[in-house]
Design a protein. Sequence first.
Length: 419
Amino acid sequence: MKPYPRVAIVGAGFGGLQAAQSLARQKVEVTLIDRHNYHTFIPLLYQVATAQLAPEQVAVPIRTLLRKADNLKFLQATVKQIDFVAKEIKTDKNTLTYDHLVLATGSQSQFFNVPGAAQYTFKLKTLNQAITLRNHLLSCFEQANLTSDYALREQLLTISIVGGGATGVELAGSLVELITNSLHRDFPQLKPQEVKLLLMQSGDRLFREFPPSLGDYTAKKLRRLGVKVMLGSKVTGVGADSFKLDDGTEIASATVIWAVGVEGAMPKCFPCPKPRINRQVNVLPTLQLADHPEVFVIGDLAHVPTQEKSLAGVAPEALQQGVYVAKAIRKQVQGKRIKPFSYFNKGRLAIIGGYSGIGQIAGIKLQGFVPWFFWLAVHVVYFPDWRNRLMIFLTWLHNYLIGDRPVRLILSSPKSPSC
């Protein structure tokens, strides 16, 4: 009996995991490769960083998600080299061959050559980074509670967020809730107004992916919540305990969070064509490499020149690409023609804080409580495991009814595995 075609998928993010699951019980042998043994629900990482959700609530063991299909296998390993000609993948564990390959390694932070940004800022792209940020924030409050040095206290209580997109805004709103509720109860001698929350945006408005009116609404809402929204403020340098703006201003801050700019996470071992400035790989409209049609590139790593698509960084696009690639591989096996990928935009939602959010669905602009509620519902539905869905829902219910964040643990900083 002729063996089934072998499909290798590198990266267990939204796109890679969806591609694997869409090939379940098909006449192919699938190996999903990732350096972690869990899938991280990245849109909720900021809630881990702000003590709203526990780390294990936003991560699911990959084997749990694949165990229902005998043709799906998982390999926890780091890819060391890929040979497109030999159709071979070398990892730190073993070497495997493939007939079809899907590259879905996602994105990483982009620092735009800002001095000190990579070294001194906190990022929010991985579970380890979210835990590290939570440890740091809670430690700053503990130190501020003890010190009698006014300047040091002010520095410890200054939290600066660089970037006025979804991550920056959602993080700012969640920090407001953490500060005014849980930490105010834990440290009654620290007044909430002592905490300075700064949100820097180099452009003239927040949420450039939404209409201007929704960006203006977001800025007004955040300011009412106590966030200092600084539009037209570009960060030009970051130090161990301060940062500089393009107007020469230097602000002392113990916490600088980098929430702006992403680029494709393309390891040097990938023999792809020379990437674009943001480290994306140019692919055909079918998401294939021009010289290697058996290789597909999806998610934040892919760029379709004919569609002039930029990094979207949203889960629905990666999920749709995962489903598309699975169908494309089945058609390749059958010798059928593959149609170009087309993304169906169902709309966008973002949460602000204070029970409000914004959104645009079918051209209709939303703001206030309704998009906030929709955002919660959508993220629960998109989560790939029902047990986590239940735990997240119950935790949110507890947080919003009681107004307390139960995950205020300062843990030892996890060691980040190398790429």
